[in-house]
Write a protein that binds this ligand. Sequence first.
Ligand code: IPD
Ligand code: CA
Ligand code: CA
Length: 246
Amino acid sequence: MICLEGQQNLTFHDLEFKSTKDIVTEIDKKVEAFLVKAILARYPDHGVLGEEYGAVQAKSEFRWIIDPIDGTTSFVHRLPFYSISIALEKEGELVLGVVYAPALGQLFYAEKGKGAFVGDIPIHVSETRELDKAVMATGFACLRAGLQNNNLPIFNEIVPKLRDIRRFGSAALDLCYTALGSLDGFWEMNLNVYDIAAGIVILKEAGGVVTDFTGGRQFPEKGIAAANKDLHNELIRILTEFCASA
Ligand code: IPD
Ligand code: CA
Ligand code: CA
């Protein structure tokens, strides 16, 4: 309710700017404070890493990773594509992911080894094998941050090969819609662990493959590429070739 009511009553006076285009609102902070309080009340010796308030009690085998609103720009512009992303890490391994989209009424979740779901429905990545039959998503944090090394040249390389592209505005939801099979793949640069942690658990439990742009495990630092196995191979082939020639 914090998000739905907050979004309706939001005014542009409620916005703060981490950089010219990187917005944070009182609602982001309120959601994170609510979640941290609820988690530590239940698990007082766990650690927490949240986007807005940082790390709490870092010394623990358990760490919760929270993005209180993933897609704040969508949220502020009264669009439905934003989500609350919560992941749990045990001894450094992601074991639980929950992504809730309040405006869409969708709750995605997965526990390692137990499958991925939206509501009570099991989900699985798509069976699409050819790029020209695939709809993928990406994002442009790089442009928001004015980074030289940005996604536009890659976007221009990949999009003509696809059936179509979507830019919903929440990396966590992009990963969930790939897990759902509605999207066939997702790639992005310059994300942070809290953007993707929960979505990765859900995508992998839905049979998807997720790596960095070279096919390795250094994501999101070296980019993130997620899809079903066949399309992931195609995506990595393009990204590797492109990065090598760049
Ligand atoms: C953003 C969203 C967006 C992605 C940006 C992220 P935020 O998260 O995930 O889709 O392209 O890079 O920063 O900032 O709204 O939590
Ligand atoms: Ca985010
Ligand atoms: Ca956020």
